[in-house]
Design a protein around this ligand. Structure first.
Ligand code: GLY
Length: 363
């Protein structure tokens, strides 16, 4: 880890093909090298607030002899629509993009999901370089090669596993992020602390302000450690045959809450409640200590994330989780913890146990 130093940290993701996630400052200059020598054309897909950065990047790429196009797409989930993907394909087609050309995703998790999907599908796959601009994107969405769009039937139902050529996490891009957005994204950082790297939790507990300040070494260390957790897991199980599901800690209930809130909540807020629920369920099914459960609440509340949800919504949430389970042709599964850093899957728990766990989450 290079936390505290100014030089970039390179976190490799193993696999075929493997790729590097680079964390540092002022990294836009590294995009041309990350695109590689074979591309003649690059499409930069970006969200509206990043228009100036996208233009800066276009100029850099053009100076390096590449033909660079910019395409602004809607922000957040508005990016992950088939119409938006189709528009990207139209631009690639009209501009004669070949299999050796490349796409750059510059934005939050939704934009990098879309850019990755467009790259995965154009001519059966072209190189994508991801430049995430949110905490969620840096530690989760842009890192693991899951790409996709939503359909009327649900989120992420259409997509592909497509390894990026490189991921560049430029911490300078987080400076202008609204505080509540940064803290919501931080839910995925502490998730990595709960499932594998407790040092992340200590950083938050020791100095919350430093751990959540993009300019501080503590923030950089927490983000690098979260990326390292994701890189290790994805490197072992890119296509989610087993181990990768530990990254879904807090997500089974979290996804149901996101649906119940009609996707108006930030993802991190929903999975914050989901993690407290998973901890409560772990207490009942895996003997997780009271102290570890309370540690969840204390950390998430210090990040001003929600840890409770209305008691009368349980029936609705359970029905949503059951529907989701059917759609995926499986048992209702929860990632739980035997201890902090020791995840275990719990399959088909009794409705009574689930209800009991929810009682401790209900407002
Ligand atoms: N966000 C969960 C995963 O990448 O597998």
């Amino acid at each position: 880890m290079a936390a505290g130093s100014m030089s970039p940290t390179v976190i490799p993701v193993a696999g075929a093909p493997g790729y590097d996630v680079t964390v540092g400052r002022d990294l836009l200059g590294q995009v041309p090298a990350a695109i590689g020598p074979r591309a003649a054309k690059v499409l930069i897909v970006h969200a509206p607030p990043l228009a100036t950065r996208a233009e800066e990047l276009r100029e850099r790429l053009q100076a390096g002899g590449l033909e660079a196009l910019i395409l602004e797409v809607p922000d957040a989930e508005g990016a992950k629509r088939i119409e938006v993907a189709a528009f990207c394909w139209e631009i690639l087609g009209k501009s004669d993009f070949t299999r050796t050309d490349a796409v750059v995703g510059l934005g939050g998790g939704a934009v990098t999901d879309l850019a990755g999907f467009v790259a995965a599908t154009w001519l059966r796959g072209v190189r994508v370089v991801q430049v995430p601009t949110s905490v969620l994107g840096m530690v989760d969405a842009a890192v693991g090669g899951k790409t996709g769009i939503n359909t009327a039937e649900g989120k992420n139902l259409v997509g592909a596993f497509w390894a990026p050529g490189a991921v560049l996490c430029d911490l300078d891009l987080l400076r202008t992020l609204p505080r509540n957005e940064l803290l919501a994204g931080y839910a995925e950082v502490v998730k990595c602390g709960f499932i594998q790297d407790p040092r992340i939790l200590e950083l938050v507990e020791t100095d919350l302000d430093a751990a959540t300040d993009p300019d501080s070494p503590a923030f950089r260390e927490a983000v690098e450690r979260a990326i390292a957790v994701k890189a290790r897991v994805v490197g072992e199980d890119f296509t989610e045959q087993g181990l990768r599901e530990i990254l879904n800690y807090g997500h089974t209930l979290g996804h149901a809450i996101e649906q119940a809130e009609r996707y108006t909540w930030r993802h991190g807020a929903a999975i914050s409640i989901g993690m407290v629920f998973a901890a409560e369920l772990s207490r009942l099914t895996r003997g997780l200590s009271d102290e570890a459960v309370e540690r969840h609440r204390a950390i998430l509340e210090s990040l001003t994330l929600p840890t409770g949800y209305p008691a009368d919504r349980w029936g609705h949430l359970l029905a949503t989780m059951q529907r989701d389970k059917k759609a995926r042709a499986g048992m209702l599964r929860f990632i739980c913890l035997d201890d902090i850093g020791r995840p275990a899957a719990v399959e088909g728990p009794d409705d009574a146990l689930l209800f009991a766990a929810y009682q401790n989450v209900a407002d």
